[in-house]
Design a protein around this ligand. Structure first.
Ligand SMILES: N[C@@H](CCC(=O)N[C@@H](CS)C(=O)NCC(=O)O)C(=O)O
Length: 217
């Protein structure tokens, strides 16, 4: 079997890369990272070859090419069922899929106003109302999951849902979004996961900076 590959872009800025990578780590597959620089024309051609959507991440596994993070998560769940990347219980699984879908298709204000930037830290960052509404919705999602399933992760054990929301934890840290109690503890737990630690250490070691995301606030 050819080695699996996962195309990624910046570890500091690319939240979808982070999600796909964390999912692959949770699934325990062996894979080679293919880092592509989206601004570079040659690299874009390379991404196109790897991923018909011209987006990262894209997983190639055993001759199967899967792009789009939700599809990657579902595929990994199928090939590594013992890892229980989605909850065993059907109702909990439906709940997990719903909040993964919500992350995948929503929270556009949060994404625009608070782009992922692991290296950045902007204390006292001013958050506009639409982004605040997204933050409140995310807090509600986390609180409901933690109280329904008892923690320590959203559905008890770590699942795809935690991978989907891990970049949000990063954004909250970067833009000084305050959390309390169980939510703060959950965010700290995500940040301390070995895979998340590995990812953020690699992000900190990255040299490239995207100027418009490095504004002084
Ligand atoms: N819906 C896609 C979103 C992927 C996406 O937007 N990826 C961004 C990086 S975070 C990208 O590849 N952008 C390419 C570019 O900007 O050229 C998914 O779930 O994978």
């Amino acid at each position: 079997m050819a080695a699996a590959t996962l195309s990624l872009s910046s570890k500091n800025y690319s939240s979808w890369s982070m999600r796909g990578w964390l999912m692959a780590k949770l699934a325990g597959i062996d894979f080679r990272e293919v880092i592509v620089e989206p601004d570079d024309a040659d690299a874009r051609a390379e991404i196109l070859l790897l991923s018909p959507s011209i987006l990262v991440p894209c997983l190639t596994y055993d001759g199967v090419r899967v792009w789009d993070t939700l599809a990657i998560g579902e595929f990994l769940h199928e090939i590594a069922p013992k890892k229980e990347l989605l909850p065993k219980d059907r109702a909990a699984r439906a709940h997990a899929r719903a909040i993964c879908g919500e992350m995948h298709s929503g929270f556009t204000s949060l994404r625009q106003a608070l782009p992922m930037n692991i290296k950045g830290h902007f204390p006292g960052f001013k958050i506009w109302s639409k982004a605040q509404a997204d933050i409140e919705r995310i807090k509600t999602i986390w609180a409901e999951c933690l109280s329904t399933y008892g923690g320590p992760f959203l559905f008890g054990k770590v699942t795809l849902a935690d991978a989907m929301y891990a970049p949000v934890v990063s954004r909250f840290r970067t833009y000084d979004v305050k959390l309390e109690g169980a939510l703060a503890a959950y965010a700290d737990r995500i940040w301390a996961l070995p895979a998340v630690t590995e990812w953020r250490e690699a992000a900190l070691a990255e040299k490239e900076e995207i100027e418009e995301l490095e504004v002084e606030f």
